[in-house]
Write a protein that binds this ligand. Structure first.
Ligand code: GLN
Length: 497
């Protein structure tokens, strides 16, 4: 059963060759055995697993189990957004994205670990401890949807739902060797998603392959009266079928691919990226350089805009309505401050302070207003680039999965993980990450009689390719990703536990 993608499992169930309830029980057992706490030898990718064998709902998804990022509200089931302040919070309603998949026949298998309120790139900022990368347990799975990515890569869930604000679906997908798609902003309802930055947050699939991503997206999209920013997707999401890329014009942004200094691309990542560009040309695509002159400022703008939104969204966690409440408060203010002091982690507090500062009167225009103008420029850059190319390609992240603890004390180096993904988020356009190979082990010069063990250098770890398109170009994006996926023929099996 483990070798079946979600689409293959559905086909097998429909053909009567596989029992939906049996499939759910199989994954539930695996999830409990390998997905739990670190102390029990698990990957710590789940914060909750279904206590019972699902009632396998009817529908086109045939009861195939689904893992869902913690921050999606699921009625009666812990929904904590990776935070102590929401410890054991069980919402009275379910997020639209989850309801839609459930109505289509997906069974809720588990909730997945994440960075607190989706702030992070490594899943280390979780109140429930870090998730491990199944390719190398000493490394992070990326983040913030790291629990979802690790679960799918390790074969503990056939597929998973995540969210992406600045890269949180694409970057962990890249670091775990799976597929992750951030749809066009507004195409999937945000209702019931515990908010981080509302003008950027977007739900999407983390899957083993491109077909599964298309299949899940098909059931996710649609206007929802409960989310005023959601809209009707202009066409049906098709399952991809392209085998070639004839006539497809691919653009490689000069500013991003030549990024040097602190955002420099690791050699192992660059090699995979270049190889994939050559492969795309063999499939009939043309490759040209494009300009995104403001993209190098994306990260700076993002780290004003996202914390500003977060500082406002997180004001609701005051000890009155949800989750944690400080004990024996002296007065109301004491309850607010102690609840927030005890309930929020370091990174969340940092963002609240940054955001509150950026929005304070007198600074508003210098920071927030300016960042908004940069955001507009970036969207215009993409629009101009898409006049001469169909799709834009970059590595998903500058490096492969890094070691646990390597970047926790240096927030800026952590933020740089999203150098290539944040511009698309600011522009609201769709982007997918697919695995494009393993980074080669670059063996550092060693004396032949050196007795020390070789230093692990990130060799043999998955590298992600990011493909971005204009708003609502998901079908074109998925087709191109599918053709490349077939040609790359990435083997994800080594990550399965
Ligand atoms: N790593 C980025 C951040 O910390 C993006 C997170 C996300 O996409 N949710 O904000």
């Amino acid at each position: 059963m483990i070798e079946l993608s979600a689409a293959q499992a559905i086909a097998a169930i429909d053909a009567g060759e596989l029992d939906g309830a049996e499939l759910f029980a199989f994954y539930r057992e695996r999830a409990v055995e390998h997905g739990g706490e670190l102390e029990r030898g698990g990957l710590n990718c789940f914060t909750w697993t279904s206590p019972e064998v699902s009632d396998t709902p009817a529908g086109p998804l045939a009861g195939v189990p689904l893992a869902v990022k913690d921050l999606f509200c699921t009625q009666g089931v812990p929904s904590q957004s990776g935070s102590r302040i929401l410890l054991n919070y069980r919402p009275p309603y379910t997020a639209t994205a989850v309801t839609r998949l459930r109505d289509a026949g997906a069974g809720l298998l588990a909730k997945t670990n994440q960075d607190e309120f989706a702030m992070g790139s490594s899943t280390e900022n979780s109140a429930f401890g870090p998730t491990l990368n199944p390719w190398d347990r000493a490394r992070v799975p990326g983040g913030s949807s790291g629990g979802s990515a690790a679960a799918v890569a390790a074969g503990l869930a056939p597929w998973a739902l995540g969210t992406d604000t600045g890269g949180s679906i694409r970057q962990p997908a890249a670091m775990c060797g799976i597929v992750g798609l951030k749809p066009t902003y507004g195409s999937v309802s945000r209702f019931g998603m515990i908010a981080f930055a509302s003008s950027l947050d977007q739900a999407g699939p983390l899957t083993r392959d491109v077909t599964d991503a298309a299949l899940m997206l098909r059931h996710l999209v649609g206007r929802d009266p409960c989310d005023a920013t959601s809209l009707q997707f202009p066409h049906e999401i098709e399952l991809p079928s392209a085998e070639r890329l004839d006539g497809v014009r691919l653009g490689v942004p000069a500013e991003l691919s030549r990024a040097g200094g602190e955002a420099a691309i690791e050699p192992g990542v660059r090699a995979c990226f270049e190889r994939t560009l050559a492969l795309a040309q063999e499939l009939g695509a043309s490759v040209q350089e494009v300009q995104l002159p403001h993209a190098p400022h994306a990260l700076s703008a993002y780290y004003v805009l996202a914390p500003a939104a977060a500082s406002s969204n997180l004001a609701r966690f005051d000890g009155v309505r949800y989750g944690l409440r400080a004990e024996d408060p002296r007065d109301l203010l004491d309850m607010y401050t102690r609840t927030r002091h005890d309930g929020f982690g370091t990174e969340v507090k940092r963002r609240i302070m940054l955001g509150t500062y950026a929005l304070s009167s007198g600074y508003y225009d210098a920071y927030y207003g300016r960042a908004q103008r940069v955001r507009t420029k970036i969207a215009q850059d993409f629009a101009a680039a898409y006049e001469s190319v169909d799709l834009i390609l970059t590595p998903t992240a500058p490096g492969v999965a890094f070691a646990l603890g390597e970047k926790t004390s240096d927030p800026w180096s952590m933020y740089l993980s999203d150098y290539f993904t944040v511009p698309m988020s600011l522009a609201g356009i769709p982007a997918i990450s697919i695995p494009c190979g393993l980074s080669a082990a670059s063996s550092p010069e060693r004396a032949s009689d050196d007795p020390s063990p070789p230093v692990p250098n990130g060799g043999g770890l998955p590298v992600g390719l990011q493909i971005a398109g204009p708003a609502f170009s998901e079908n074109r994006l998925l087709d191109a990703a599918y053709a490349l996926e077939r040609a790359i023929d990435f083997d994800a099996a080594p990550a399965r536990v």
